[in-house]
Design a protein around this ligand. Structure first.
Ligand code: ADP
Ligand code: YYY
Length: 237
């Protein structure tokens, strides 16, 4: 994407709301692409998946039974959570403890769906996500599974980032440094998506949501394509 086009989008939106909502399945590139889009647009960034992971870490660490919906819901309300809203700095803290790396461990990836399918906990985390968007004057790239449909259906730009299952498994494998065998990778990507789909639909674009299929695009090409979508949607309105 040309620098001039990007400059014109930034200039057009100075001081005005610009929520870019991005949903998609595991390994589609949501976090990495959203972060770079936020950098280029010079707006805030929120990884909502990190919030579900942080709550899961808290429950697992304090021995809360993930099958006990009332306990998980209570934990979501009590959670003392700090999450970065800058695309240039990554941190997640629970009760002041840095859990940035711990929440990415396979043990948390395997447990997170149980928490993410607890509806009471979702309600609380969605409330916090909306608060963070408001706190940033609605200038933020927000990524997850239900951002385009539930958290911010009124976002200026709504996108579903997809990729073939094969591409997603390959990317996650590379990201984890080849430490996981095929079965472990499938558990963390395909099986987790199947469980998460029980409460949110992130495989089909809702009305007004633009699909970006990154299966045959590299990272840079995907970021460019996402920025082209942002430009087109904003110019249309
Ligand atoms: N278009 C792409 N082509 C190749 N690799 C990509 C692409 N988009 C993202 N990646 C890489 O794939 C991995 C998974 O991306 P990530 O952003 O963590 O996905 P998600 O947040 O959807 O699970 C990362 O290592 C990322 O750098
Ligand atoms: N808005 C969101 C974001 C994540 N989740 C759930 C679904 C996922 O299993 C977990 C972790 O999300 P995360 O985006 O970190 O997942 P990835 O490993 O990047 O695919 O949280 C959700 O239910 N709703």
């Amino acid at each position: 994407m040309t620098q001039e086009l990007l400059e014109s989008v930034r200039a057009l939106r100075i001081g005005r709301p610009l929520v870019v909502a991005i949903d998609g399945p595991s390994g589609s590139g949501k976090s990495s692409v959203s972060k770079e889009v936020a950098r280029r647009l010079r707006i805030a960034y929120l990884d909502t998946g990190a919030m579900y992971r942080a709550l899961t870490w808290h429950c697992v660490t304090t021995g809360i039974d993930l099958e006990d919906a009332a306990a998980v819901e209570q934990a979501s309300r009590d959670l003392v959570l700090e999450v970065s809203t800058s695309p240039n700095e990554e941190y997640v803290r629970v009760d002041g403890v840095d859990v940035t790396d711990a929440i990415r461990e396979p043990a948390i990836s395997s447990a997170v769906s149980a928490v993410a399918t607890t509806l009471g906990a979702r309600t609380e985390l969605i409330r916090r996500q909306r608060d963070l968007i408001e706190k940033h004057h609605r200038r933020m790239v927000v990524e997850g599974r239900d951002i385009t449909t539930v958290v911010a259906p009124g976002a200026e730009v709504r996108m579903l980032l997809t990729a073939s299952e094969e591409a997603r498994l390959r990317r996650r494998g590379l990201q984890l440094g080849g430490t996981q065998n095929a079965e472990e990778l499938a558990a963390q990507v395909t099986h987790r998506d199947a469980k998460d789909s029980a409460v949110v639909n992130f495989t089909q674009a809702a009305s007004g949501v633009v699909t970006l299929d990154s299966s045959d695009l590299d990272f840079e090409q995907t970021v460019d394509a996402a920025l082209v979508i942002v430009t087109k949607v904003l110019n249309r309105d």
